[in-house]
Design a protein around this ligand. Structure first.
Ligand code: MF3
Ligand code: CO
Ligand code: CO
Length: 257
């Protein structure tokens, strides 16, 4: 029973503002992502920036009992890593920071990977291929395309690089509600699922593993890791479907798109 909301121009304008703010958090924090800093300190900086500079709301705080502003997911952590003052970044770590900002009641949700100092080529390659999965998926989004087309291009690019696609977590509709219909699967077949319509807003946020696709949740109830302990990467954007294609609401300055 899917209830997919179609956003009007005025609503998309508000999402454009929220999306831009979320992207700016990821840009602001980048110079601080260095060996020796803790994920707890990164979280505090993002909280302060959203609340005191952006005059916005960190959507993750209090979301289903989560207490932090960002999810900080290092190496074998797939998603939902909890920032911690005792978790210190070290050279060679790969880190995902995932942040959602609410402005004027509307959400922007985005994440990117950070390389901590010099990283091993196999980790750099995982990060790059995962970003390519997101970009290839964004390219297929337009009115009339199918949700299965999105999943298919992600799965094809991941698997042709001998990686696997996490199936237990997916992208989602987003708007004045953080997570709403439809679910955006990161695997699938072309032409399957519902058709994309102008005015839909949703995230694409592929999680790609070096080893098997299987996940486990730690005893903290949040942290999701790969079952086999190998590394995982994720990139996320919030999108609005336009008459002529797609607008990336969380685009950063470094991105062409
Ligand atoms: N931002 C995540 C997503 O992409 C959700 C994080 S929920 C939290 O949908 F509670 F873990 F923060
Ligand atoms: Co999301
Ligand atoms: Co997110």
């Amino acid at each position: 029973n899917m209830k997919i909301s179609i956003k009007k121009e005025e609503q998309i304008q508000k999402m454009r503002i929220a999306g831009k703010l979320a992207s700016e958090v990821l840009e602001m924090i980048e110079p601080f992502v260095v060996p020796g800093i803790s994920t707890g300190e990164l979280d505090q900086k993002c909280y302060d920036y959203i609340v005191n500079v952006q005059n916005a709301i960190p959507a993750n705080v209090g979301y289903r009992g989560f207490e932090k502003t960002i999810c900080s997911s290092i190496n074998q952590v797939i998603c939902h890593g909890i920032p911690d003052n005792n978790r210190i970044l070290k050279e060679g770590d790969i880190l995902n920071i995932d942040v959602t900002v609410i402005k004027d009641g509307w959400h922007g949700d985005t994440s990117k990977m950070y390389l901590v100092g010099k990283c091993k080529p196999h980790n750099e390659r995982l990060v790059k291929v995962t970003q390519e999965c997101l970009y290839k998926a964004i390219e297929v989004v337009k009115p009339g395309a199918y949700l299965g087309d999105i999943g298919h291009v992600i799965q094809k690019h991941a698997e042709s690089n001998y990686y696997s696609v996490v199936e237990d977590y997916c992208g989602h509709g987003i708007g004045d509600v953080y997570h709403e219909d439809p679910q955006i699967l990161h695997y699938g077949k072309p032409g399957r699922g519902i058709q994309i319509q102008e005015g839909m807003c949703f995230t694409i946020e592929p999680m790609i593993n070096q080893g098997s696709k299987y996940c486990k949740t730690l005893r903290d109830g949040w942290t999701v890791e790969t079952k086999d302990g190998r590394n995982s990467a994720q990139w996320e954007h919030t999108l609005a479907v336009r008459s002529d294609g797609v607008e990336v609401l969380t685009k950063r300055l470094e991105e062409s798109l």
